[in-house]
Structure formats: C-alpha cells, structure tokens
Design a binder for this molecule. Sequence first.
Ligand SMILES: CC(=O)SCCNC(=O)CCNC(=O)[C@H](O)C(C)(C)COP(=O)(O)OP(=O)(O)OC[C@H]1O[C@@H](n2cnc3c(N)ncnc32)[C@H](O)[C@@H]1OP(=O)(O)O
Ligand SMILES: CC(C)C(=O)C(=O)O
Ligand SMILES: [Mg+2]
Length: 505
Amino acid sequence: MRRLRVFDTTLRDGEQSLGITLNVEEKLEIARQLVLLGIDIIEAGFPASSPGDFESVATIARQMKGVAICGLTRAVEQDIDLCAQALRAAEHPRIHTGIGVSPVHMAKKLMLTPEQVVERTAAAVKYAKKFVDDVEFYAEDGFRADPNFLVHVLEAAIQAGATVVNIPDTVGYANPWEYGKLISFVKENVKDIDQVTISVHCHNDLGMATANSLAGIIAGAGQVEGTINGIGERAGNTSLEEVIMAIYTRRDEYGIQSGIRPKEIAATSRLVSRITGVPVPDHKAIVGANAFMHASGIHQDGVLKDRETYEIIRPETIGVPENTISLSARSGRHALQHRLQELGYDVAGEELDSVYHSFLELADRKKEVFDQDLYALMGDAGAGPQGILLQHMSIATSGVDTATATVTLDLAGEVQTDAAVANGPVNALFSAIDRIVGVPAVLEDYTLKSVTRGSEALGDATVKLRYPDGSLVVGKGISTDILEASAKAYLNALSKRGRGGEVGK
Ligand SMILES: CC(=O)SCCNC(=O)CCNC(=O)[C@H](O)C(C)(C)COP(=O)(O)OP(=O)(O)OC[C@H]1O[C@@H](n2cnc3c(N)ncnc32)[C@H](O)[C@@H]1OP(=O)(O)O
Ligand SMILES: CC(C)C(=O)C(=O)O
Ligand SMILES: [Mg+2]
C-alpha cells in the first residue's frame, strides 16, 4: 500500500483563522496531541512573524520527538535565518519556504517578473538547505499559475535541493477534477519529480478542500496538508480528519495508508476546538456532535437491527462512545425499548405502549430525551395519579407575594374547576386542588429538583402529606414545567391515600 504523509498546519495556517492567537503553552498542548494522533509533520508556526511565534516554534522543536517540526518562511533570507534558529533543537527540522507563482500574485503583490520569481525560488531553497536537509517549497497560488510556468518553478526548486514540492490551491478555486489533473501534469512534466514528494494544500472557499486534496492524492501526491476541524484563514483549510477517514473507510479502493491513529481523532478535534475557541458545527463530517447520531425512528430501528444500514464508520473507530441513538419525538418504540433495556428496564407489550405514550408527551416538549429523563419517566409512569387527572392549570402572579391558580381536574369522569389565591404559585396551586378535592391532610414537606440536563430539564417534585390519623403519604411528579411537576406530585400523593401508599406514622 502507498504511504501518505500527513502534514498538520493547525498551528500555522489554522492559527491564521480570524480571531485566533495561540500562546506557547497552547501550541505545545496541541502539538502533543498531534503526536499522539500520528501526524508526520507539524508546521508549528511562522518564526519571523513575531517573537511569540518564534518562541512557540522553538519550544515545540525542542520538546517534540519522533515527528518532523516545520516552520514557514517567505523566500526571504531573514525569515529563513529566524526559522532555522527556531528549529535548531528539532530532531527532524523542516523549513517550508516559497513564493507566489500565479500572474496576479507575481505582478500585483510581489511586483516581480516570472523570471525574478524563479530566481528567488532557487535562491531561497539553496539558502534554506544551508541549515537543514529537509526543505519544502510552496508555489503559492499554484493552482492559478500557468501550468508550464509552474513546471519551470518546481524544477528550479528541485534543482536547488527541495525535498518536497507543495502545490497549493491557496484561494480554494479548484474543482477536484482540475486539481487532480494539475497534479498529474506536474508528475508527468517536472524533471526529477520522482526524487521528491508532491504535497497538496487546499483551501475550502468553495467547500471543496477535502475533495480536491483526495483528487491530488489519487493523482500521485505523497503528502497532504491540512488542519484539525478544517480551521484556517477565510473558509479554512482541508479538514485532515475528513481526508484521513475517507482514505481509511475506503482503504481497499484507495490502496493508501497513513500513520494516523484514528482513535485519537475525536480527542484531537475537541482539544483544538477548546483551545482555539472555534466551535465545531454539530453536523460537521467526522467530528461534529451529530456525525454519528441517529435521530429518526426509521434510522434508529435500522441501526438497532444492523448498524450498517445507516453507519459507514463505527464511532468507536475515531474514539466516540458507542451510544449513537438520540431519543426524541421522532423516535419509535424499538429505540425506546432498546435504551430502556440498556438502562435495566424490561418493558414490552401494553406497558411499552403506555411508557411510549408518556415518552412522546415529554419528547414533544424537549429537543432530546436523556437517560435521566427516562429514569424519571419510569418512576413517574408507574406512579401516575390514578382517579384524579390534571386537565388544565394556569397561574397568574402579581407582585412578589401574590399568585392566583386556576385548576381543572377530572375526578373519575367528573370535571371540576376552581381557583385560589395564595402567597406564591405553588401554595396557590395546592390550595386550588384542595378546594376541589377537599384534602384533609397537611402539607408537611415539598421539594423540587432538576433531574436532567439542559434548559428544558425535567423538574422532579416531591410532596409529603400528613393525614389527621398521623399517616404520611409521599407523592412524586415530573414535568418540564416545575409547577406542573408540583401539581402532579400533589395529586400523586392524594391518589395513593387508601391504596397502601402510606409510608408511616
Ligand atoms: C498563503 C499564506 O498563508 S502565506 C502566509 C501568511 N502568513 C503570514 O502572513 C504570517 C503573519 N505575517 C506577518 O507577521 C508579517 O506579514 C510578516 C512578518 C511576514 C511580514 O511583515 P512586513 O515585513 O511588515 O511585510 P507585510 O506583511 O506588510 O508585506 C509583505 C511583504 O512580503 C512580500 N512577500 C509576500 N510573500 C512573499 C514571499 N513568499 N516571498 C517573498 N516576499 C513575499 C510582499 O510582497 C510584501 O513585500 P513589500 O513589503 O516589498 O511590498
Ligand atoms: C503558504 C502556503 C503553503 C499556503 O498556506 C497557501 O498557499 O495556502
Ligand atoms: Mg494555506
């Protein structure tokens, strides 16, 4: 199998994302994780850019072993001097130098003729070779260059000693078939190209960085450059995790392998997101929070029967825990029953129907139903108010210490409504229920706690009623509405009276 080198530029091109500046410690933490991931070359920064970036590159070069450490420069001697200095302690140092080669870059930005650019190319590579053996040359904006001129520049770089030639699509302008064709053209026309490694470096301005990189790899590139989570200037760089997993998932067809340990992908993505402060979109390929989640009933049923129905990558492969079924109002009985079984509840038949009914009521009010919700639901489902149903309730508060509650109850088919005023919404609610039911008990205790995650968390209310004969009845109620949870708990306690629900005197 052909071996692909993976070149990570999260710390250099990734750091060029708007609003990101990483300090030495932050860069070092990411670099350590990149080594665990199995990256071959870490581009640690642009040493001439600032004293801080120089220090970052120097520190990473000193501390990271078993990986090549690279620094970027312009085709400028002073940049190369600083880069060489920063890389001095590296086990495998690489200088990445280069210059713009497209007509617009040469004429408008550099204000150099094509022949001057060729001269600067050769001079920069030669100069860098004085310090290190491993010199990568980048032909900036290479995709928009005249292909024949590109051949000329690359030959100058190779002759001067470059070990790697990088052909960037700097502005993300390429289509995959064009980029692949350019790499093939370079392979076929550049003298001594077989003596060096071709590198692909794509940007995502048209959302094609991954596709373009893969096209370049198929055409013969031996190195891919990119960043974790695809961060980078403008619309970002190639997402390395996407390229790696495309090649890994279809390895028989690609016939290419890398030294990456896929199990470290999720952890690396989380770390980069945390340190850079750039969130990963939920739907992002490979590393998005939803990338392995199955939300709809038909998909969940399929996955439970055979994961391959809707899964091309096992989440464990990239280090994501296996529970990929997200319960919501779009889930069916199979998914609910499966999760309940995993949580230790054996429910089937009519009981499952009844729990599913309560589950849907809850799910319609919550985006996602978590395990804690299910625990609460199972407790509630078995102990729901029997004989007394809460049909409707409304609370109005005015000022800090006055509340009016209106309650409608269904007492075994007889519907009654009443209202009460009290010094708070819960007291008003319980008083209104008392007025309908005629409760002889005294409220001894009332507690409310949140049992699940998120802003729509379930409220779990507990009510203790003391009856004149001294017996104590405990009622529980859950709801996303804490007042409804309170009313349900109160009614639950009332409904237990006389049915063996007393817990003591
Ligand atoms: C596609 C890429 O990602 S390229 C890498 C981008 N990264 C960065 O720019 C890193 C952060 N940059 C910096 O810290 C600064 O811009 C520095 C230190 C590199 C240069 O700062 P300054 O010397 O003040 O120059 P400034 O950035 O204003 O202009 C760039 C100069 O470099 C020239 N230049 C740009 N690229 C190259 C190159 N590859 N080789 C030689 N010269 C170059 C420009 O033509 C311009 O030259 P001029 O001053 O003669 O007009
Ligand atoms: C400096 C080079 C490698 C680059 O980042 C680009 O052209 O996008
Ligand atoms: Mg770039």
